[in-house]
Write a protein of this length. Structure first.
Ligand code: SF4
Length: 254
């Protein structure tokens, strides 16, 4: 069983993650208003889910709409007494580097500007599948974690939805993530899939010499030299502009 809020879902991602998703019997999908909005609304999210269902006939895709309230999560530097169980402690996250994290807030605390050092340096949060010598059962069931004393999520305080000012979705992280997937596909020789993702990244992020270079490489490996050349030229052109802008910025600093 896998639980996701589908923040990562798009037409491309459905295909990219297919091999992984085929391993899942039940896919619990929590639909939060802000994430649904960033996907293009409920109709767009439902369209992506129906695509998932069509490609994964053996997987039970179970969406659940969260409408108005959410459980608050605030960090503190003052140590609290943890007197309730936090359901999030059962939401184990598998990280890209092979570590497991007991909960989502702990897994991604390094991206949160307000997460205190005491929380981020938790010894109980992570388990490294490659090298950890601790007893796994004990790690998985330990409660509370040292980090919980600095995070009020266990208090289960209900809070109405509010969207904070700023970027709804962290585009840069998403592009980096997609780039890593595409690079892995390219390494595995899946150039058609990799090329599609590079093209999608270029569409989202605009001119970028590195991305154009990768698109060119994909076309070359797909036996399309004309398109490969076209993107190589684009890559060179953008690279010249990037260098000129860099020089300009440096001369201003001087
Ligand atoms: S209280 Fe905070 S740190 Fe502890 S499990 Fe819940 S979300 Fe994670």
């Amino acid at each position: 069983m896998l639980t996701t809020n589908i923040f990562w879902l798009s037409e491309i991602d459905v295909v990219c993650h297919l091999d992984l998703l085929k391993l899942v019997d039940i896919l619990n999908v929590t639909l939060y208003p802000n994430i649904v909005k960033s996907l293009g609304g409920y109709e767009a999210a439902e369209h992506l889910l129906s695509k998932l269902r069509a490609l994964l006939p053996k997987t039970n895709v179970k969406p659940m709409r969260i409408e108005h309230v959410y459980r608050k999560l605030e960090f503190t530097r003052e140590k609290m007494i943890v007197d309730k169980h936090c359901y999030n402690a059962e939401c184990t996250n598998l990280m890209a580097d092979g570590r497991l994290a007991r909960c989502g807030p702990g897994a991604y605390a390094h991206l949160h500007p307000d997460a205190p050092r005491e929380f981020c340096e938790s010894k109980d949060m992570f388990y490294d599948l490659k090298s950890d010598k601790r007893d796994f059962w004990h790690w998985k069931h330990q409660w509370p974690l040292d980090a919980c004393a600095y995070c009020n999520h266990f208090q289960a305080i209900k809070s109405p939805w509010k969207v904070e000012k700023g970027v709804l979705r962290k585009k840069r992280y998403e592009s980096d993530y997609k780039m890593r997937i595409a690079d892995r596909l390219a390494e595995a020789g899946a150039w058609a899939q990799a090329g599609r993702i590079y093209l999608a990244i270029a569409e989202e992020t605009g001119p970028d010499s590195l991305v154009y270079g990768k698109i060119s490489e994909a076309y070359r490996n797909l036996g399309q030299p004309v398109l490969a050349e076209k993107f190589l030229n684009l890559s060179r052109k953008v690279s010249n502009v990037e260098t000129a802008q860099g020089d300009c910025a440096e001369s201003h600093v001087v």
